[in-house]
Design a protein around this ligand. Structure first.
Ligand SMILES: *Cc1c(COP(=O)(O)O)cnc(C)c1O
Length: 477
């Protein structure tokens, strides 16, 4: 045993030395998220060392245009002087202090800024540190609200209505309200039961429906479900306007408004998960604005700190907040909190980012770029392997199939979406697919020149990879 200890000591590396085998250490020590690790070693993914504007730069000095806003977070680009300075200034004061028993200046200012800009009625901000935690908080608050509300306890309000294929994060609560089978099926015995309605999208419709009658069916089904089960529902949970991780599924106009009206009629709370669609992605600061909807909870993360630091916020109405009041010994408190709740650096970045939204008129940029993206990508509309191009603002999903008539997918072992991102990377653009849906998610603040480059590279990469895949299928068939 003694020798074992000695050997381990001597193997300890100087982890700050200039010349260390980063690639080897990555392969031997880092477990990457959402990544089949058996294939990872062979991919030689860039090791990012720094960034400049909208470009990421790896340890070999190669530059890559960030076509997915570093997984949908980055809003104004990287190394933005205003945000860098705000974080630096905050760092000279204090990096973190707890919100349990203490308050902090940046968290107060950001809470005020968010409530001033959010849809009306959202007056309270509960901080956490990721998208999943913001939804988890909303679920628990909604559940507890019904047990403490002034009009009397409704213990039976113990479930949630969710939209098919939803994604709200990877904690067990958010997986319970999620519906992406590949991610979620393994954990099904650990999850709480929910009710689900189909996602209102019509690329593939069940037998007996046309696109129009299916969408109508989806509107009717959510009405029926809420009407029948409202006495059991704590809340409806949804990603408003666009379901991101499901493959950039854009809902038909009026669906969000329809759900809001039903929730109001039957006194069911509405949780809007704007983790992906918030902060300008769709062309308004918050997606709910597009249908003039005020949810009871608004979940914000990803873009909230400009994409700089892990930060999340759950906004709630005064009605919700008041149900948690009472004498401290009554136990009506929301007993929930995360260690880094309201982190000062994250909030300082968030404040600088919000200021840039206004100074640089970022939402106008999204509106302008989005029309030009649609035009640019229209060359793919007739491509034999493109099933559909879905877009809202700066969120784009291009679904690839083997046959656009039958919508037959390519064999899964082709990892077609993945191949397209490798082809794009060879051309200097970072993309990340959702299955065989190619996702373009430029930063809302990106100039059109760079947006155009992302589109061009996506088009070329799709062409290259589908040509090759079609040849493989023909050869083997
Ligand atoms: C990414 C995402 C989440 C989860 O956010 P994390 O920060 O990864 O926990 C939740 N909801 C939606 C809609 C998302 O896109």
């Amino acid at each position: 045993m003694g020798t074992e200890v000695v050997r381990r000591e001597s193997m300890k590396a100087d982890f700050l030395a200039a010349d260390v085998p980063l690639r080897d250490w990555d392969n031997s020590c880092v477990w990457h998220p959402f990544t089949p690790m058996s294939a990872w070693k062979d991919e030689s993914a860039p090791i990012i060392q720094r960034a400049q504007g909208f470009y990421l730069i790896d340890t070999d000095g190669r530059e890559y245009l960030d076509g997915i806003s570093s997984l949908w977070c980055n809003v104004h680009g990287h190394t933005v002087p205003e945000i860098d300075n705000a974080v630096r200034e905050q760092l000279q004061k204090v990096a973190h202090s707890t919100l349990l028993g203490l308050a902090s200046e940046p968290s107060i200012r950001l809470a005020k800024a968010l409530t001033d800009r959010a849809p009306t009625g959202l007056t309270r901000v509960f901080y956490s540190d990721s998208g999943a935690t913001t939804v988890e908080v909303a679920l628990k608050m909604a559940y507890q609200f019904h047990r403490q509300k002034p009009e009397g306890r409704s213990e039976e309000r113990d479930t949630f209505l969710c939209i098919g294929n939803a994604y709200h994060g990877d904690t067990l609560g958010t997986v319970s309200v999620g519906g992406i089978d590949l991610f979620h099926r393994c954990y099904k015995h650990l999850l709480f039961p929910t009710l689900t309605v189909p996602s209102p999208v019509a690329l593939r419709v069940p037998d007996g429906y046309t696109r129009e009658t299916w969408i109508q069916r989806c509107f009717d089904e959510v009405s029926e479900r809420i009407r029948t089960h409202h006495h059991r529902l704590a809340a409806v949970v949804m990603e408003p306007i666009v379901q991101g991780a499901a493959g950039i599924l854009v809902h038909p106009p009026g669906y969000l408004r329809h759900v809001r009206n039903l929730c109001t009629e039957f006194d069911v709370l509405l949780i809007a998960d704007e983790v992906a669609v918030g902060f300008g992605r769709t062309g308004t600061l918050f997606a709910c604005e597009r249908e003039d909807v005020s949810p009871d909870f608004l979940c914000l993360a990803k873009g909230i700190s400009g994409g700089y630091l892990p930060l999340g916020a759950t906004l709630a109405t005064e009605r919700i907040f008041e149900a948690f009041l009472g004498d401290p010994w009554q136990g009506r408190t929301f007993f929930h909190g995360h260690t880094y709740t309201g982190n000062a650096l994250g909030c300082a970045a968030g404040l600088a980012s919000l200021q840039l939204f206004e100074q640089r008129q970022v939402t106008d940029n999204v509106e302008q770029c989005s029309g030009r993206i649609a035009q640019k990508l229209s060359v793919l509309l007739k491509h034999p392997n493109v099933a559909e191009i879905r877009q809202c603002g700066m969120m784009v999903g291009i679904e690839l199939v083997q046959d656009r008539e039958t919508l037959t997918p390519f064999p899964v072992e082709f990892r077609l979406g993945h191949q397209v991102t490798l082809a794009a990377r060879r051309r200097g653009v970072i993309l990340r697919p959702l299955g065989d849906v190619i996702v373009l998610m430029p930063a809302p603040g990106m100039n059109y020149e760079n947006v155009e480059k992302i589109c061009d590279v996506a088009i070329e990469s799709i062409q290259e990879v589908t040509d090759d895949a079609v040849r493989r299928v023909t050869r083997s068939g």
